[in-house]
Ligand binder design. Sequence first.
Ligand code: NAP
Length: 260
Amino acid sequence: MDPKDKVVIITGASSGIGAAAARAFAAAGAQVALAARSTDVLEQLAAELPGQPLIVPTDVSDAGQARRLVEHTVAERGRVDILINNAGVGLSSPVEKLNPADLDQALAVGLFGPLYTIQAAVPLMRTQHCGQIINVSSVIGVQALPYLGGYAATKAALDRLTDALRIELLGSGIVVTLVRPGTTRTDFRARRLGQGREQRRMAPAGVTPDVVAQTLLRAARREPRVAYVTLGDRLRLVFAAMAPTLTERALAWSFSWSDE
Ligand code: NAP
């Protein structure tokens, strides 16, 4: 749908991809509702944006707060046209040392957060007979990387939840889209949980959050099942599916090199 004049909830809007998406959707004429825990940062961002953004301080891992995010947006703006589940937290650790408490926390934000907002938004979108849910996953949900197994598990789980929801909502007028960015230059790595080793080879690579935000905007306009940010991301996954053993050996070599 054309985001102009549409009510768009963006979780994780205080930083990186979410903040860039807030700018992109607001510039496209959407009425954005910004959600994250850092209220001061959301207020600064909202002050830059056109269209009087709504600020809804939210910890999406709390079911009550996630539900309130949707309810408050409806109370203030009358509807929710697009829900972008973007909030997420990284987790870096070898699987053999993965701390279950860290995985719990990553799942609470990256899987249960979207579940709670979806459960609040879908009944409302059903009454509207239209709406779109965009879940921000990652290429890593398809092809795991070493030392990021816990994080990859959160994204793979989100992918399957999203796929099932899409099928369940066929014919309802509600579109479900999965966006799979690759490496993006945000503060994500600095904030991640766990004690994995530095991935020096990968750190400088990647696109800017603005590029991912444009993909999110296109995903709203074109309503695909799945959207990738770059052709390279998509081709790497095709290659990994065709040559899994070679891919795994190349990744093992690449990450051993980065440890030297
Ligand atoms: P980021 O800059 O670290 O931003 C993460 C956002 O999530 C922040 O706004 C943070 O806000 C919010 N957040 C974290 N925990 C939250 C919680 N409990 N409740 C509500 N909001 C919470 O990371 P990013 O790179 O923009 O990542 C955004 C999404 O893209 C994530 O889902 C990530 O998995 C995905 N992704 C990132 C990359 C990458 O390379 N960066 C690649 C593929 C996919 P507060 O701290 O203020 O709550």
